[in-house]
Unconditional design. Structure first.
Length: 195
């Protein structure tokens, strides 16, 4: 009978004690979600920086493992906090003032929407819808976009989002609410045009 796999905090603790395999297991668990989070937060205009920021995030996790406190946050909330800081540092270095703008070419996100068994027309329509969703999310103000991505993609709770962004839970909740309202407004406007 197999025992339960070690938890994230246990693996990080083992890493601190010198177990290289423990860090590899953590990385394997969160590699893709972390990369996708960074990519979504960057938006299409800064997508080329995703690989570097992903690597910087994991280096920071390894180097700062001793600062992780499981009583304050879960490992994945801490990971996404570090990733968010790396993205914001990137924007500061680039002196990015307007963080909106969508671009084409996000095939990874589009592939998740398209149904491989669908007809050619349905596939094209799914891809177009995915493009509009991506564009609408990328057009959100950065704090709202971050809250939405942390909630919808990373699966963080409102409390974890608040902790990750250094704001009160009510502020995190408001950002998420405003992001959803803006997306709803965009797609309701689109629906009325096509009806």
């Amino acid at each position: 009978m197999e025992s339960d796999p070690p938890g994230d905090a246990d693996l990080l603790s083992a890493h601190r004690a010198g177990d290289a395999h423990a860090f590899a297991r953590l990385y394997d668990r969160y590699d893709r979600p972390c990369f996708h989070f960074i990519r979504r937060l960057l938006g299409a205009a800064h997508a080329e920086a995703a690989e570097d920021l992903h690597q910087e995030t994991w280096i920071a996790i390894s180097r700062n493992a001793a600062s992780f406190d499981p009583a304050k946050a879960s490992f994945h909330a801490w990971l996404f906090t570090v990733a968010r800081h790396k993205v914001f540092d990137h924007f500061r270095r680039q002196k990015v003032a307007v963080l909106a703008g969508a671009g084409a070419g996000d095939d990874a996100a589009l592939a998740l929407v398209a149904d491989p068994a669908a007809s050619a027309l349905a596939t094209v329509e799914s891809r177009e819808l995915a493009q509009r969703i991506i564009a609408a999310v990328e057009a959100l103000p950065l704090e709202q976009r971050g809250a939405l991505i942390m909630f919808a993609q990373a699966g963080l709770s409102l409390e974890e989002i608040a902790h990750a962004t250094g704001v009160a839970v009510e502020t995190a909740k408001s950002r998420l609410r405003y992001a959803r309202a803006k997306l709803r407004q965009v797609f309701e406007g689109e629906r009325s045009v096509h009806v």
